[in-house]
Design a protein around this ligand. Structure first.
Ligand code: GDP
Length: 463
């Protein structure tokens, strides 16, 4: 991928719409646009059109006579005051599939190259318009499926995380300067920090790094989601619980046992947590081949889940199978939240048995919605940290950022150990540098080309 030529792509989704937008970016953007776009005012686009929307005809530069293809609006943004930091022209035309393709073809014919996936954002990153965490948050914003994910992405785009990591980086930089001053000029008093101040700096930065890394618990629950399985015997109300969480009738609810034979999946938000939810076939002994395959799949899903919502029918009398299920639940690695369903009906013997195994089981009714607030609070408490506020706190939202912070903390722990054991300063300078290098990965200052490519490849063409 050359990063100096002028690129173009359709930045709106493919399909019929009111308008479509073709974005052109690079040193030749204005020249390319001037070939394609003929302003109604009679004079071509110039640098004086910065931040102006100009109405005119879009010409077919692929045709010999450059016939008009459509009417539209061109908006010019000159470097560095554009999204990419390069000269950019955005042409809006009518949003038909064919007309949009023709306008793009005309722009390409006029001298632009078709952009690759994520190339506009990658140029914005390389041009210093946004750092890597901001670019990643922008990707998350485009992918967001619920309000919490939107909030998290917005906080990432505001640069809250990189503001915090830059601050820590700056503290380590002054520490390193003092360390080198002491090593290189031991007889002169050039170091700004005393050994006590150095130790305190390392210990404070370590503490802040660990606190930042700990926000990943919340960030992951919101952004990546928690793999959740709903399990229980047939007819206890698993599909009804699933539908209540999904907010619509996604699963079939009947009183015929064994209706859910396969695994249904849905992403829903509960409290602040995003659940990647599975409804599974009811667990029971059966001779039905299709149903037993479903039950085997249900067990496999349970083995991979992080959260199991185990549903029991509170109006029923317990059987041996319920005893077995409760025993099996107590052996799971995943977090288990037990729901005693059908609270709107007269209570049977089931709640007493369930509570003897799980005293903190929640009483709910999938029919009336009773108890779901308590379920939401329980799940929040299991997977998020109440002191972390989405939207206003810096939050680690992906595994790459988390791994960088863990490496920073490891290196700083080494430094602290070395200081406490009275080792010579040149022995731990390298660990301070390691910590700085890991920390700077959040902004993408020293990150490898492969990782940058991987991040931007997740964007669509035109972004
Ligand atoms: P599944 O087989 O475990 O998925 O159970 P379903 O969700 O299909 O429900 C089985 C039956 O129980 C249906 O007739 C539901 O209408 C009924 N049901 C589910 N939840 C409740 C509830 O909270 N209260 C009452 N009264 N009935 C429920």
């Amino acid at each position: 991928m050359k990063l100096t030529d002028t690129i173009a792509a359709v930045s709106t989704p493919r399909g019929k719409g009111g308008v479509a937008l073709i974005r052109i970016s690079g040193a030749e953007a204005l020249a390319v646009a001037a070939r394609v776009f003929s302003p109604l005012r009679g004079t071509p686009l110039t640098r004086d059109d910065h931040a102006k929307a100009v109405y005119g005809s879009i010409l077919d530069t692929a045709a010999p006579k450059r016939e008009p293809l459509d009417d539209g609006i061109a908006t010019v943004f000159l470097s560095p005051r554009s999204f990419t930091g390069e000269d950019t022209v955005e042409i809006s035309c009518h949003g038909g599939v064919l007309i949009t393709e023709r306008v793009l073809a005309s722009v390409l014919c006029a001298g632009a190259r078709h952009a690759e996936a994520g190339e506009f954002t990658r140029r914005a990153f390389l041009g210093g318009k946004l750092d890597l965490s901001e670019a990643t948050a922008l990707g998350d914003l485009l992918e967001a499926q619920n309000d919490n994910q939107l909030k998290l992405a917005r906080s990432g785009m505001k640069g809250l995380l990189t503001d915090r990591s830059s601050l820590l980086y700056a503290r380590l930089r002054s520490l390193l300067a003092s360390l080198y001053a002491k090593i290189d000029f031991p007889d002169e008093d050039l170091a700004e920090m005393t050994p006590e101040q150095m130790r305190r700096t390392v210990s404070e930065v370590l503490c802040d790094t660990q606190a930042l890394a700990a926000t990943y618990r919340t960030g992951r629950a919101v952004n990546e989601g928690i793999k959740t399985v709903i399990c229980g015997r047939p007819n206890v109300g698993k599909s009804s619980v699933y539908n209540r969480l999904a907010g619509y009738d996604a699963a079939i609810v009947t009183d015929i046992e064994g209706t859910t034979r396969d695994v249904l999946k849905e992403t829903v938000s509960l409290g602040r947590v995003t659940l990647c939810l599975c409804d599974t076939a009811g667990l029971r002994r059966t001779a039905d081949t299709v149903e037993s395959i479903g039950i085997a799949r249900a067990r496999a899903e349970m083995a991979a889940a992080e959260l199991i919502l185990a549903v029991f029918d509170g109006s029923a009398e317990p059987t041996d199978e319920d005893n077995e299920t409760l025993h099996m639940l107590s052996l799971q690695d995943a977090a288990v939240v037990v729901l005693i369903n059908k609270a709107d009906k007269a209570e049977g013997g089931m709640p007493a048995l369930v509570r003897s195994h799980f005293p903190d089981a929640l009483t709910v009714s999938a029919k009336s919605g009773e108890g779901f607030e308590a379920l939401s609070e329980r799940v929040d408490a299991l997977f998020t940290d109440p002191s972390v506020s989405l939207g206003t706190d810096p939050i680690v939202a992906n595994a790459r950022q988390y791994a960088a912070l863990v490496r920073t903390a490891e290196a700083l722990t080494q430094v602290l150990d070395a200081m406490d054991n009275g080792l010579s300063q040149d022995l731990y300078c390298v660990d301070v540098e390691l910590a700085m290098s890991a920390l700077s990965e959040l902004e993408g200052r020293q990150i490898g080309e492969e990782i940058v490519s991987e991040i931007f490849s997740k964007f669509c063409v035109g972004k």
